[in-house]
Design a protein around this ligand. Structure first.
Ligand code: HXC
Length: 514
């Protein structure tokens, strides 16, 4: 037996060496952790159990039969985060640059299958040069096996991707199908083709950072949801994200213990909206005034900043927040903000996370750029996502709710459960000036002082429509509430929506305007 145990231990020791000391050192020099070190930071202490440690590739071409490493460039297994199980894979860049071979793909597929069958989230730590070039089509097949599983698992279990090194070619499409993408600033890159191919095909000269660095994807493309300064921050951020999520679509969202305070009134909320309706304010101040202290977890913070999305808690209960941001482009809805909001709403709906929607929106952004980039189709994504959501849905109109954007932003008409407005709300087809110029055109043109006439008509229109009372008379708004009482109202409202169940019409799946 001793001999057998010695053999086992020497194989385990070899597996732990990955691609060897000098490659590990190189990884550290780049400011990156190794695949195993990352798992240590991600999971609860000593909770990791590895599967497939001794797997090797089967390739023989180009001398590959003489170069084999246990694990074949990916560590797979399971462990816990805050005592709840997760499956995890972590690509090992020290072994063939973390590239994906047939055996490497099989290891990932195996834990994906286990994660889905058991209703447990999947976390992928990606650090890969893409398809293992020496294996050719076999590695392409391996990628497709993973993409297929990612798609089938979508909406069944949460899938989280961290990009922790260069991810090229096939290495980007699996993360793209998952729910959230984290990137590490200055050490992670995502692109379908790197700068060299770009130069050859389009004659464009561009750096990796500019083409597919973390800030590029966090601000321009919107591919990345969160950027971390380094590996440790990234992994800790994933641990925090997991506290808001259920294990699978069959579970309710986690609820932290919360004792109702003697007073849940938040006086600060009465002071945030400026007297001048044209003046901006920061919607994030309202969010933090409403939700549990320090519970806001913002996603896509640098992309389409005119809409704010993220998780929070109310009375310990996870919620998904979608809010117009008047401090950026007056909170207008445009192509990017509609896409950003829609995908988040669909995630929350798939995983039973109640929605809170805060509205201060002047409308959709007009213009050729928006029309040519399909604001019609993209705006419809947000409309569709809210309309099909069956989770508890509450809306608060803090100020403007104009035009089609009023309808889209989780209005009563498209299935919201409770719609509240603050006294500062303005709910109308359009702003007073634009409306007066159209409907009082003749009176204004015929007036001895057209400017004064416009101002008079504008003020009449505003008195009539720029308030929440007509909507309240119709029942489109359930109640007009004092801002400081909002949190108290929400605690009660979510409590009576907790068991909400509505039967969606039977169909295979809808056809969201993609
Ligand atoms: C096999 C690979 C590899 C790959 C890297 N290596 N990529 N081995 N297949 N795809 C190996 C290198 O030979 C090297 O081995 C080690 O990994 C580290 O690579 P370096 O180049 O030294 O590292 P670095 O300078 O950091 O550059 C990393 C990199 C670069 C940017 C990822 O290696 C690179 O451009 N690789 C190729 C990327 C690519 O074109 N992949 C195929 C995409 S096509 P040694 O022995 O020296 O340590 C694809 C199709 C799928 O993925 C499509 C599905 C939709």
């Amino acid at each position: 037996m001793k001999k057998g145990i010695d053999t086992l231990q020497s194989k385990i020791a070899e597996a732990w060496k990955g691609g060897g000391e000098h490659r590990i050192e190189h990884q550290h020099q780049k400011g990156k952790l190794t695949a195993r070190e990352r798992i240590e930071v991600l999971l609860d202490q000593n909770s990791f159990e590895e599967l497939g440690m001794l797997v090797t590739h089967r390739s023989v071409d180009f001398g590959m039969d003489k170069e084999k490493y246990y694990g074949d460039g990916v560590i797979t297994g399971y462990g816990t985060i805050h005592s709840r199980p997760v499956y995890v894979f972590s690509q090992d860049f020290t072994v063939f640059g973390g590239s994906l071979s047939e055996a490497h793909a099989e290891k990932i597929c195996r834990i994906m299958d286990l994660a889905v069958a058991n209703g447990i989230p999947l976390i992928g730590l990606n650090d890969s040069g893409g398809a293992r070039i020496q294996e050719g089509v076999v590695s392409l097949g391996g990628y497709a096996d993973i993409f297929y599983r990612n798609t089938l698992a979508s909406g069944v279990i949460p899938q989280i991707s961290a990009i922790m090194g260069p991810c090229a070619g096939g290495a980007v499409y699996s993360p793209a199908i998952t729910d959230f993408i984290f990137m590490v600033d200055h050490t992670s890159y995502m692109f379908v083709t790197g700068p060299n191919v770009v130069k050859t095909v389009t004659n464009e000269t561009i750096t990796s950072e500019e083409l597919g660095g973390a800030m590029t994807h966090a601000s321009y493309s919107g591919v990345a949801h969160l950027v971390a300064e380094n590996d440790v921050e990234c992994l800790q951020s994933i641990r925090r994200l997991m506290t808001y999520l259920p294990q699978s679509r069959l579970e309710k969202t986690p609820k932290m213990a919360y004792n109702l305070q003697p007073s849940e009134i938040r006086p600060v909320l009465n002071t945030i909206i400026p007297d001048n309706p044209q003046q901006p304010y920061d919607m994030k101040e309202i969010i933090s005034g409403i939700i549990d202290a320090d519970s806001f977890y913002e996603l896509h913070a640098n992309y389409a900043e005119n809409i704010v999305i993220g998780f929070g808690r109310i009375g310990g209960q996870s919620i998904g927040i979608v809010a117009n941001q008047p401090a950026h482009l007056a909170g207008v809805l445009d192509v990017n903000s509609s896409k950003k909001g829609a995908r988040f709403v669909r995630f929350c709906d798939a995983f039973n996370i109640p929605l809170l929607v805060l509205v201060d929106v002047p409308g959709f952004l007009p213009g050729k750029d928006q029309e040519w980039n399909a604001i019609i189709t993209n705006g419809a994504k947000l409309l569709y996502a809210f309309s099909e959501a069956t989770v508890p849905r509450i809306t608060i109109i803090t100020r403007k709710a104009y035009g089609g954007a009023y309808d889209v932003m989780n209005s009563k008409h498209i299935g919201a459960d409770f719609n509240y407005a603050w006294p500062s709300a303005e709910i109308a087809v359009m702003g007073s000036k634009g409306a007066s110029e159209i409907i009082f055109r003749k009176e204004i043109a015929g007036a001895s002082d057209p400017v004064a006439k416009l101002a008079e008509m504008e003020s009449r229109y505003a008195d009539k429509f720029a308030n929440p009372y007509l909507a309240a008379e119709r029942g489109y708004v359930d109640e007009i509430i004092e801002p400081q009482k909002t949190r108290e109202k929400l605690l009660k409202s979510y409590a009576v929506l907790r068991n909400k169940q509505i039967a969606a019409p039977t169909k295979k799946h809808g056809n969201i305007p993609l």
